[in-house]
Design a binder for this molecule. Structure first.
Ligand code: NAP
Length: 247
């Protein structure tokens, strides 16, 4: 210890968070659902940064797999001080074309997944004594700007990310004072999830962002590191979106 689980850390934002935590002195459990090779590469990068890493393939939407993810992390590191619920999926389909099961699949991964891993981790987090003077045990849920704005072509995704904000505040009240619970709501970040935009779509989306560009995964990792260390912050959502949401 100190040790962290970052769900969905084989790629994208989760990978950046795991590497940032490693640079800050945290051992890391790298979790994936399909891409073991990519997850193994992140393990190697964590070790290059001087920390220990373990890799666990687990579908967070499955409560038993979530329990195993936590147990294997605790076995590897002797405890767990931080959890980042980052694993998520998206699907661009208008409501009238959603197939039976599509809505549940997105909700099960994005909301139930965060709930499953948090529930499995809670006792360990409550027991955690993070030797770092900067930090107390925490859960951080990765939501989205779409939780506030909605999205016509991905209503289930937006609903799941709004659900995560309710989960965050409920768990922040429930788990205080031992464990802090916060959320990050990223805007458009350059990862595989957003790689499907045509040049025209990307140009239009950039035009809506006052800072004039998409975000980088490392910029969400900065927010995750802040919330990990923010010992008087709980129940909050940190918006990281280049100004897209300002009013
Ligand atoms: P990404 O590049 O598509 O990566 C998704 C990650 O989640 C991968 O590591 C994937 O594992 C993992 N994953 C998917 N389903 C899983 C499951 N059932 N169990 C365990 N792991 C699972 O996505 P990203 O852009 O980095 O997004 C990360 C998070 O940020 C998501 O929650 C997303 O909704 C949120 N977010 C992203 C953006 C954006 O613009 N990119 C904006 C707002 C919020 P495999 O590699 O094994 O598939």
């Amino acid at each position: 210890m100190p040790a962290a689980i970052v769900t969905g850390s084989s790629r994208g934002i989760g990978r950046a968070i795991a590497l940032r935590f490693a640079r800050d002195g945290y051992d890391a459990c790298i979790n994936y659902v399909h891409n073991r090779d990519a997850a193994e590469e992140v393990v190697a990068e964590v070790r290059e940064a001087g920390q220990e890493a373990t890799v666990v393939g687990a579908d967070v939407s499955d409560p038993e797999a979530a329990e195993e993810l936590v147990e294997r992390t605790v076995e590897a590191f002797g405890g767990l001080s931080h959890l980042v619920n980052n694993a998520g999926i998206d699907q661009h389909v208008y409501t009238e074309s959603l197939e039976p099961g599509d809505f549940d699949r997105v909700m099960n991964t994005n909301v139930n997944g965060a709930f499953n891993v948090t529930k499995a981790a809670l006792l360990h987090l409550r027991d955690a004594e993070d030797p770092s003077t900067r930090s107390t045990p925490s859960v951080t849920n990765v939501s989205s700007i779409l939780a506030y704005t909605g999205a016509p072509i991905e209503c289930h995704y937006a609903a799941s990310k709004a659900g995560l904000l309710g989960l965050t505040k409920s768990h922040a009240r429930d788990f205080a004072p031992e464990v802090r619970v916060n959320a990050i709501a990223p805007g458009h970040i350059e990862t595989d999830m957003t790689a499907d935009r045509t040049p025209e779509e990307a140009k239009e989306e950039r035009a809506a962002i006052p800072l004039g560009r998409f975000g980088r995964p490392a910029e969400i990792a900065d927010a995750a590191a802040y919330l990990r260390d923010a010992t008087f912050v709980t129940g909050e959502t940190l918006n990281v979106n280049g100004g897209e949401l300002m009013r």
